[in-house]
Unconditional design. Structure first.
Length: 556
């Protein structure tokens, strides 16, 4: 038997035999639902045989036969009512288990469970519900196959990547029919939050209303995406609204999995627990740093990939610089717990960073991943892994801790046909076109190209996607290529930055001559760019389609 657990109350399986019933009883099942009509296969037992064996084992049995591919709305209601009336746990079966999983999915949709959660549950059990996503989203009922809206170009996500590519498209051709789908009311300049946590920027300066940034003429669909139907050129929104497209750009960013660390959510923003990865917490970081005079300060970095891989240590450097300037650094133990094995992924920048690690007397702890935290007790637990793969849990106390959560693709991306095995949108790393669906492109943090996930990367990617999409439409000619460029301004002290710029394979891709800014050494000019120049470039250039230092390479 191949029994797949769906929930606490239900498991599903392919066809079972009467001889399997006693084993199912030993596994704790109290009831069976048969979703396969008698006579569908020459070698299947009848429901009466299954029912007789079930009764002998003290189990109940119900018969809800479903013709393959023809689950009716009434079947869903019957299944839900029957499941609720039977003693739990229940095993439902058909020829492969798919019909049973489908009935459960539709029933859960009728109960209001979020669509991505349903799709993830069934995917984990080995069942693909992509064929019924619209019905699940429609409360388990069959919707009409009519689009609520249709646009030539639909962009998922109104963050840095989404708005930039919309602006770059319009920069190349005015009057395009473009829609951006995003439920958020506000848009954040996230690269500024490290500076907020260092007491340099005010949080309010890193936020604008979404409506003020979406380019003129672009339709804003203020909704969340639930699923994709790429074969039908359709996006399913919450509430089962359907948006159809001719070409699709996927750029919703990534998911910060705060629940991925036990106890973290309950203590964020108090008990000395903070993170610059959230708008409302970055000011708390500065409050903690400014008030700490002695004790232990911990800084963490989860496994890759994460948004802005240098941000975890930027927080350390700016905090330590403040303590250094105020003469209290010798009374503060600084520890950096990194789940990875190196300080920074591009070796050319490590020597300059290590000089600051030594200056601040920071203790580097590699292969340590934060797994649990108790704020009131000011205690954190890390899973430490050695070179042979052996692991142990290390307990550490703290007075303040800056936490970076584990990160992954959004749920609705992970369970979609667009995702690779790791859950990221599967693109060609050079053209950023989807490897399977030729009218889909992706950029920003959500796609699987092996580049750093930074706003600077999105700045370079947006013109590439805009050019290649319009080339596919016959508006422009030639193919643009993305070289993996990413930039990480490492704020090693107040007033100096190590400006890391690199592409695929760690190749150095400096934007300036070394006599102006040598990225491998701390630079005051790089700090000036970060503090004074980059924010206006972000708001007034990148999000407006002005591609300063971002023109893509194009080949015929």
């Amino acid at each position: 038997m191949d029994v797949k657990r769906i929930s606490e109350t239900l498991s599903v399986s392919p066809q079972i035999l009467p001889d399997n019933i006693s084993e199912l009883a030993k596994l704790g099942f109290k009831a069976i639902i048969c979703n396969r009509p008698d006579g569908e296969g020459a070698d299947q037992p009848t429901f009466a045989e299954i029912q007789e064996a079930a009764h002998k084992a003290g189990m109940e049995a119900a018969y809800i036969p479903i013709i393959a591919g023809k689950v009716q709305d009434s079947d869903t209601t019957t299944f839900g009512d029957t499941l609720a009336s039977l003693p739990h746990p229940v095993l439902a079966y058909c020829r492969t288990g798919t019909r049973s999983a489908t009935l459960w999915s539709l029933n859960e949709g009728a109960k209001g469970r979020p669509l991505p959660e349903i799709l993830q549950t069934t995917k984990t059990a080995g069942y693909d519900m992509s064929g019924v996503v619209r019905r699940i989203a429609n409360g388990g009922r069959t919707p009409t196959d009519v689009a609520d809206a249709t646009h030539d170009i639909v962009i998922i996500g109104g963050g840095a990547a989404g708005i930039s590519v919309a602006a770059s498209l319009l920069h190349r051709k005015k009057g395009l029919d473009i829609a951006i789908i995003d439920p958020a009311d506000v848009h954040y300049y996230q690269p500024g939050w490290t500076m907020v946590g260092g007491g340099i920027f005010d949080a309010e300066d890193t936020v604008r209303t979404m409506g003020s940034l979406i380019p003129e003429g672009v339709h804003w669909i203020k909704a969340a995406v639930s699923a994709f139907e790429p074969e039908k050129n359709a996006v399913i929104l919450d509430g089962c609204r359907v948006v159809k497209y001719n070409r699709l750009v996927v750029a919703p960013g990534l998911k910060l999995n705060w629940n991925g660390i036990e106890g973290l959510v309950e203590t964020l923003g108090r008990n000395g627990v903070t993170s610059n990865y959230r708008y409302d917490l970055a000011p708390y970081t500065w409050e903690l740093v400014n008030s700490l005079k002695e004790g232990r300060a911990l800084f963490t970095q989860p496994p890759m990939p994460i948004k802005c891989a240098g941000a975890p240590q930027k927080s350390l450097y700016l905090s330590a610089d403040h303590w250094y300037r105020n003469g209290v650094i010798n009374d503060i133990d600084i520890e950096f717990y990194n789940a990875g094995g190196v300080l920074f992924g591009v070796k050319e920048y490590v020597p300059a960073l290590m000089e600051y690690v030594k200056k601040y007397n920071a203790d580097l702890k590699f292969s340590h991943n934060l797994v649990r935290i108790d704020g009131p007790k000011k205690t954190a637990w890390f899973n430490k892994t050695d070179a042979d793969g052996n692991s142990e849990v290390i307990e550490t106390r703290f007075d303040m801790i800056h936490v970076v959560p584990p990160q992954c693709a959004p749920d609705f991306i992970q369970v979609s046909p667009l995702a690779d095995a790791a859950g990221w949108v599967d693109v060609d790393q050079t053209t950023l076109r989807h490897k399977t669906y030729e009218n889909i492109w992706s950029l920003g943090d959500v796609m699987n190209a092996p580049n750093a996930k930074t706003a600077a990367a999105a700045r370079k990617q947006a013109p590439v996607v805009a050019n290649n999409l319009l080339s596919d439409m016959g508006v422009t000619s030639g193919v643009a290529h993305y070289d993996g460029y990413g930039s990480c301004p490492l704020t090693v002290e107040r007033g100096k930055i190590v400006l890391a710029e690199f592409g695929y394979g760690g190749k150095l891709l400096p934007s300036f001559p070394s006599w102006l800014i040598n990225g491998q050494k701390p630079s005051r000019l790089a700090w000036l760019m970060k503090e004074k120049i980059l924010p206006p470039i972000y708001w007034q250039a990148m999000l407006r389609g002005r591609e300063w230092l971002a023109q893509p390479e194009i080949t015929d």
